[in-house]
Design a binder for this molecule. Structure first.
Ligand SMILES: Cc1cc2nc3c(=O)[nH]c(=O)nc-3n(C[C@H](O)[C@H](O)[C@H](O)COP(=O)(O)OP(=O)(O)OC[C@H]3O[C@@H](n4cnc5c(N)ncnc54)[C@H](O)[C@@H]3O)c2cc1C
Length: 354
């Protein structure tokens, strides 16, 4: 049998399985999917889980079933690329012929003292559940500090305002306006949306230290009853620990077929991969389609195609349940339309995968 081991059933891993199962899989191929969770988690919705507007059940999807697929629920603890073996936490080892690493990303704390210890996270489903519990148990008028005014910080602040309008929410961001990765028009629109709803945006902030219930902005203490960190990401620790070439963000540099250059049987998908765009679910899925194609060619012992550049259609963000923002086909969008589009994409995704 040709053994494919797929690490991580996230957006990248799921799309690879979907593409492979859409065509006849060679009978001599066995696939093992490893994930710490017994379901695919919709990470793009973690902000809503944490805010309390989406249920846990709403953001989970079952992994596919297929006669050639074994799903293993376990924690990957080591990658031995020289021996073609993956180690799991319970001492089990999984040998492979081909490997796909799709383990996603983690919070990046930029060496801010206390940030890891004293802030909450929305990077994993279990961390988002803990954040949900803290945020939703706060008393009236409690202060919530959210550090990082990118897509996930903005979505969390707006959703939390909708869920708990009694809370005082402060969104801290380094830039002059939030959403620095988006056109200025969108940043200004979102900033006004927050101002109209008394969500405070603290621009040009610099969080120097975090202590229990205190954020230090430019060294000045700001009391918060709860603090959520959304100020940066980095690839999974297992990927950061690999002795292979990486880019400035610690993502693995790949060849034109999405393989580690010196390991021609190892692919990397999604947030762990160095790609020409910022990490996103959409990017992970587009890349996954190409990886599935390469795997199919390899199994048929056909020559590998030269792959076209990956294209992403755009990014959409929500501001509560009624408004949104985003860029689609290079056009900035604000208001109800991007929100409807985002809900529609989620509905289609769940319908297609569920
Ligand atoms: C709040 C928020 C909102 C976002 N909104 C958007 C959006 O609107 N649009 C968009 O395109 N992107 C969005 N993103 C980014 C998007 O979620 C990621 O880019 C995407 O999930 C990356 O897919 P992936 O397959 O690389 O990893 P993931 O989807 O993160 O999957 C990784 C998988 O690996 C598993 N795993 C990790 N470590 C281990 C281990 N040691 N052992 C076993 N299993 C492990 C995890 O359980 C998970 O299932 C958002 C992210 C966040 C946090």
């Amino acid at each position: 049998m040709k053994r494919l081991v797929l690490l991580g059933g996230g957006y990248g891993g799921m799309r690879i399985l979907q593409k492979l199962f859409a065509q006849d899989l060679p009978k001599d191929v066995s696939i093992t999917l490893v994930d710490r969770n017994p379901y695919h988690s919709l990470k793009t919705e973690y902000y809503a889980l944490a805010a309390g507007t989406a249920s846990d059940h709403h953001i989970r999807v079952q992994f596919p079933s297929h006669p050639n697929l074994e799903v293993k629920y376990g924690e990957v603890s080591g990658l031995d690329l020289s021996e073609n073996v993956v180690h799991l936490k319970d001492d089990e080892s999984l040998p492979y012929d081909s490997l796909v690493i799709g383990l996603g990303c983690e919070d990046k704390y930029h060496n801010v003292p206390g940030a890891k210890e004293h802030t909450m996270s929305i990077q994993t489903i279990d961390a988002s559940r803990r954040t949900y519990e803290v945020l939703n148990n706060l008393g009236a008028k409690s202060v919530v500090g959210i550090v990082g005014g990118g897509l996930s910080g903005v979505e969390l602040a707006s959703e939390l305002h909708e869920s708990r309008p009694d809370l005082e929410i402060k969104l801290f961001d380094r830039g002059k306006t939030i959403l620095s990765a988006f056109p200025d028009r969108l940043g200004n629109y979102v900033q006004s949306w927050f101002e109209e709803r008394n969500v405070t945006v603290v621009s040009e902030s610099n969080i120097t230290t975090v202590e229990p219930n205190i954020l230090y902005n430019h060294g000045d203490p700001v009391h918060c009853d709860a603090i959520v960190w959304t100020a940066g990401i980095q690839p999974n620790q297992l990927v950061r620990d690999l002795d292979v070439e990486k880019d400035a963000q610690q993502r693995i540099v790949l060849d034109q077929h999405h393989k580690i250059p010196e390991q021609s049987n190892v692919f990397v998908v999604g947030d762990c991969a160095s790609l020409p765009y910022s990490p996103s679910a959409q990017l992970a899925e587009e890349q996954a389609e190409q990886i599935a194609l390469v795997l199919q060619k390899e199994w048929k012992q056909e020559s590998l195609p030269s792959l076209p550049p990956i294209k992403v259609k755009g990014t959409l963000g929500s501001l509560g349940s009624k408004h949104g923002f985003g860029v689609m086909a290079n056009r900035p969008l604000t208001g109800r339309v991007p929100r409807l589009l985002k809900s529609g994409i989620l509905w289609m995704y769940k319908n297609h995968n569920g």
